[in-house]
Write a protein that binds this ligand. Structure first.
Ligand SMILES: NC(=O)C1=CN([C@@H]2O[C@H](COP(=O)(O)OP(=O)(O)OC[C@H]3O[C@@H](n4cnc5c(N)ncnc54)[C@H](OP(=O)(O)O)[C@@H]3O)[C@@H](O)[C@H]2O)C=CC1
Ligand SMILES: O=C(O)CCC(=O)C(=O)O
Length: 465
């Protein structure tokens, strides 16, 4: 079914290209009957601003999904199926530290939905990771893979740990313990982890190695591996590069400017933030401020991003860079610019600070950076929000390319990868923009509508037996 056709979905439904269309009412009736088996506790209704203030990460994500569900006439039980993770695993990892002490770490893998393909999503090592956080991130992956139209579902995992406090040996042992704990629920055609905050190609290579020891050579069990160890050229930069393409598309469509004339502010200078800054600069943009946990660095003439990256790579702190002025990290979001790119943790743009943002566009490179109440303030102020499930979709898209390489034992040139990524970002934006225009809804709601339609179509066509 083409984008044109499923834009009308659920008014019509094809069972195959060559079979006559079924009336949707009949299909819904049988769907409702089947879904009767999973109970009837769904409450995909409205929400109040008061309730929104204290939402957990997972509730916040579901709030955004429910806004899109209002646009779609789905039965309650189908809504519940779409909102609820299919499997959640919580494990305790016991680790003997270099000192001989025993420590215990909580770890999670949440598999949200696999109707469109194997579960897919990163692993986060962070002291604030908990089951609620991972639940929210897993759900976002389901909608992201659907928006990007790649044949995966959604999952996420994490360990509640501050990796900066572990030695390399401890980090490796902890990662291998995680693989031992979740080995039965991951796999090349089951669930494929990847990098997220504080996990990188090195961590992915330990996962590849540990899993392969248990189950035989399995490069496709994890993506984001080193290029010399079955990884893909372009994966490391992919989330930042995709973010830059996403910004180009939204500026073009909204007539809010062009990258070469625009000023950017970026929160977070890790994998995503640093690559986004680098590529936006290469495209002619001016990055006037960036930040990490230590603070912010500002230069109104535009930061020399390559020099800043070299400075950081030599082990120095961001705030010690000499070609700009240092500022407190908390100032970053209110720094005047055309495009603000949150590229760190979730929940940073809230009802309390959304009024202080001084930008035309927020491009959500991080997952879940805006709370529902913060989002409402941005809407009222006419600030365009480019949603996470699209903006940072470049990472998982190139992870998909890497997985395809691994299945075929064949790799593409970096130019090829980047060109295919650009096409995916452009196509996904066109689908979101068309829904946003035709329904008169914000880009975030439109992105969820696109994703919900794709996932629902897969659910229904696969059936419920
Ligand atoms: N890696 C990927 O491919 C993808 C990542 N994402 C999302 O992008 C975001 C960033 O991920 P990634 O770049 O991989 O992670 P990294 O761990 O590489 O970098 C995270 C960056 O955020 C900074 N940071 C952490 N906490 C705060 C804070 N409280 N305030 C300001 N800055 C902070 C870190 O600072 P410091 O170094 O000082 O700790 C670091 O600069 C996450 O939301 C992630 O889920 C989304 C899609 C794919
Ligand atoms: O590359 C992937 O598979 C997933 C990356 C990720 O965790 C994300 O997009 O949030």
């Amino acid at each position: 079914m083409s984008d044109e056709e499923y834009r009308d979905y659920p008014l019509t439904l094809h069972t195959s290209l060559h079979r006559p269309m079924l009336p949707i009412s009949a299909m819904w009736r049988s769907t409702v009957a089947l879904l009767g088996r999973i109970g009837s506790q769904c409450s995909a209704g409205t929400f109040s601003t008061t309730a929104v203030r204290s939402l957990s990460h997972a509730e916040a994500t579901n709030t955004f999904i429910k806004e899109a569900l209002v646009e779609l006439d789905y039965p309650e039980k189908l809504q519940r199926l779409l909102l609820t993770p299919q499997r959640e695993m919580t494990v305790e990892l016991v680790l003997q530290m270099d000192s001989g002490e025993i420590e215990v770490f909580n770890a999670y893998r949440v598999q949200h939905n696999n109707s469109r393909g194997p579960y897919k999503g990163g692993l986060r090592y962070h002291p604030q990771v908990d089951i609620d956080d991972v639940r929210s991130l897993a759900s976002l992956m389901t909608w992201k893979t659907a928006v990007m139209d790649i044949p995966f579902g959604g999952a996420k995992g994490g360990i509640t740990v501050d990796p900066a406090k572990l030695s390399e040996r401890e980090l490796e042992k902890l990662t291998r313990k995680l693989v031992m704990a979740i080995k039965e629920i991951i796999g090349t055609y089951e669930d494929i982890p990847a990098p997220d905050m504080n996990t990188d190609a090195r961590v992915m290579s330990w996962i590849f190695d540990q899993y392969s020891k248990l189950k035989g050579f399995s490069p496709g069990v994890v993506t984001g591996k080193p290029v010399y160890l079955h990884g893909s050229l372009g994966r490391e930069a992919a989330t930042g590069r995709g973010t830059a393409f996403a910004i180009r598309e939204v500026l073009r469509a909204t007539h809010l400017g062009r990258i070469p004339d625009a000023k950017f502010v970026i929160q977070g200078f890790g994998n995503v933030g640093a690559w986004a800054a680098d590529i936006l600069t290469d495209m002619g943009g001016k990055v006037v401020a960036v930040s990490d946990v230590t603070g912010a660095m500002h230069n109104e003439k535009g930061l020399d991003i390559k020099a800043l990256r070299a400075h950081m790579a030599s082990g120095k702190r961001l705030v010690d860079f000499t070609e700009g002025s240092a500022a407190p990290a908390k100032d970053i979001l209110a720094t005047p610019c055309d495009v603000l790119v949150p590229a760190a943790i979730g929940g940073v743009i809230t009802e309390a600070n959304a009024g202080q943002l001084a930008c035309k566009v927020v491009a959500e490179a991080a997952n879940g950076p805006t709370t529902p109440a913060g989002d409402a303030v941005l809407r009222d102020r006419g600030i365009v929000v480019l949603p996470d499930i699209y903006t940072n979709g470049g990472g998982v898209t190139v992870s998909y390319f890497e997985w395809v390489h691994n299945l075929q034992n064949f790799t593409w040139e970096e130019d090829d990868v980047n060109r295919k990524l650009e096409r995916k970002m452009t196509d996904a934006f066109a689908a979101i923009w068309a829904i946003s225009k035709s329904k008169g809804i914000p880009l975030r709601t439109a992105a969820f509508v696109v994703a919900l339609q794709r996932v629902t179509r897969a659910e229904i066509h696969r059936g419920f037996d």
